[in-house]
Design a protein around this ligand. Structure first.
Ligand SMILES: [Ca+2]
Length: 308
């Protein structure tokens, strides 16, 4: 953590609360908050020349500084939200989620964030597993709850199934896919690796070649140079953006690109325990409908570094 020592007497209580929250301290008492690590802003070249069609054209992007959670959001962190807010997830209000067995994915009613990828109810000792079976909607509701607890302006506004976002608000939100790729590339152009960090994929990530076909507790593999774990592998991560396979043609030279204004599916990044190395590459892009959930999709959060 690279926080400067600030004269806190000059800050309002609200700012102090926000600062303590960003520092990863429990606030209010007993509430599990993600540990946030700083990502200095700058420019990088997004995309991959040897990648899929939707990873091109390579284009320069400028980003402001931001903070990103060091890990995927865990079962314990999500539980603090679910149990204190009475929020009911897409899986709970809908028809469950997809569970994994040796034959593939199967929809199972009653399956939700308290369950593993195989549909087993998590035990108390599994708090540090990434939360599974969460939709994009669940993820952004969680973000707003974090903002509310920290006294920060919420990013997302809800009207029925419609969600609008103010990406200039200082509260918690999902990373844009540009922020996600920049953090995974450690802000480097070209990145030192096609995966999120130095070394072999097996040293960095839980993927189909080493996972035993299940998710694993966060932060067991090697972090990248910014101190961020599991960007490659373990669980896919929802990003803020609507998915457009040709978005890179339109976002060239954009500052803080936030994705298309409209779309049908939201972006997922990083691959999972169930994917080969190809999908764990930092430039790889895929997408799902925002109410999708299964045992391989989770998320992490970011927030603006302004005001810190
Ligand atoms: Ca991941």
């Amino acid at each position: 953590m690279a926080h400067r020592v600030l004269p806190i007497f000059a800050y309002s209580m609200k700012k102090i609360v926000a600062f303590l929250c960003v520092a990863g301290l429990a606030l209010p008492a007993g509430v599990a908050q993600p540990e946030m690590v700083p990502v200095p802003g700058g420019g990088f070249v997004m995309g991959f020349a040897r990648g899929d069609a939707d990873e091109k054209p390579l284009h320069a992007v400028e980003l402001d500084s931001f903070l990103i959670s060091a890990t995927e959001v865990t079962v314990a962190q999500y539980r603090a939200f679910a149990e204190s807010s009475a929020y009911r997830s897409s899986a709970e209000t809908g028809d469950g989620s997809y569970t994994w067995d040796s034959l593939g994915w199967h929809k199972m009613e009653g399956l939700h964030w308290r369950h593993s990828e195989t549909g087993r109810l998590r035990s108390a000792g599994e708090d540090r597993y990434p939360v599974l079976h969460v939709s994009w909607y669940d993820a952004v509701h969680y973000c707003n709850w974090l903002s509310e607890n920290a006294g920060l302006r919420a990013v997302y506004t809800f009207q029925g199934d419609s969600v609008s976002a103010d990406l200039t608000a200082e509260g918690f939100r999902l990373p844009t896919e540009a922020e996600w790729e920049y953090a995974a590339a450690e802000g480097q152009t070209p990145p030192k690796s096609i995966y999120a960090g130095a070394g072999s994929l097996g040293a960095l990530a839980w993927y189909s070649g080493n996972s035993g076909k299940r998710a694993h507790p966060v932060a067991q593999k090697k972090a990248n140079a910014l101190g961020i774990y599991d960007l490659s592998g373990n669980v896919w991560e929802w990003c803020h953006d609507w998915y457009d396979e040709r978005y890179y043609e339109k976002s060239a030279r954009a500052g803080n690109p936030g994705g298309p204004a409209h779309g049908e599916m939201r972006v997922l990044r990083g691959g999972s325990w169930n994917n080969s190395g190809k999908h764990c590459r930092i430039a790889n892009r895929t997408s799902r409908y925002p109410d999708f959930r299964d045992g391989s999709v989770g998320f992490r959060v970011v927030r603006s570094a302004k005001g810190n």
